[in-house]
Design a protein around this ligand. Sequence first.
Ligand code: ZN
Length: 312
Amino acid sequence: MSANLPIVGAIEAGGTKFVCAVGRGSKSDLLETDEFPTGSDPQAVIGKVVDWLKSREARFGTLPAIGIASFGPVDLDPKSPTYGYITTTPKEGWKNTDIVGAVRRAFPGRAIGFDTDVNGAALGELRWGYARGLEDFIYVTVGTGIGGGGFARGRPLHGLVHPEMGHIPLPPVGDDPFPGNCRIHGRCWEGFCAGPAIERRAGMPGKMIPADHPVWELTTRSMAQALLTLTYVLSPRRIIIGGSVRKAGRLGEDAFFAMIRRHFHELNNGYISSPALSPEGLERYIVPPELGDAAGICGAVALGQDALRAGG
Ligand code: ZN
């Protein structure tokens, strides 16, 4: 599939770890990958990634392009003086980090592609995963935080900055007193459904939460509220959910998705009557990534290839 695509460098900058790769496409076309903890010293980890990529050039030849998919918030406006920066992140040590500039200085003259980590993962799924052939879809990652990216008419959603779907306000489920876990908003999607919120509610690590614990019912109900909101606002043709929370510990990924789809169907209450939102249709409408946990790094490869095609 990817044999005629160029080999490029790829960096998936996450809040916990940096994944780097050289490759030309989907999971099976990643030639080498490695990862480094993100830590609190940007220059240190970026330096390690740069060294790793440079040493790969000895084997695979000069990398004509490098794609970077980064945690954020990031500045995506090419006209902005801080284009390519990680901007206001609360992550210790990372505020105002010029990640694109650092890579550009290390690899002068190469094409550099840059986007958010979730838009990167969305691009990976568009090119090689469950979003193939779809111009309008959403990719959400639910892990230590929640981020949402997406494509409309085949283009990533940027706009004023970039979407922050993970922080849309959500009502509590019934009379649930949980105040929400978001540092900024309390009760928002991330405040209800990210890993730390689930663990705080349950009072135990996520992997230990029993399958019949009520936190799963609450979490999947809130997930469905958020996904229905996105469906009503953006009318995506599919919603892909990545990140660690989807694996749902002892509940398991299949049951987690089945519960979300059931709540989604109940909440929609027949309002949108598309076959895609029928109980059978929802099995293909709300899905995990086809590329699994490699969606992000494959997306970074695609960002690099797209930058090369666009001339830099
Ligand atoms: Zn929030």
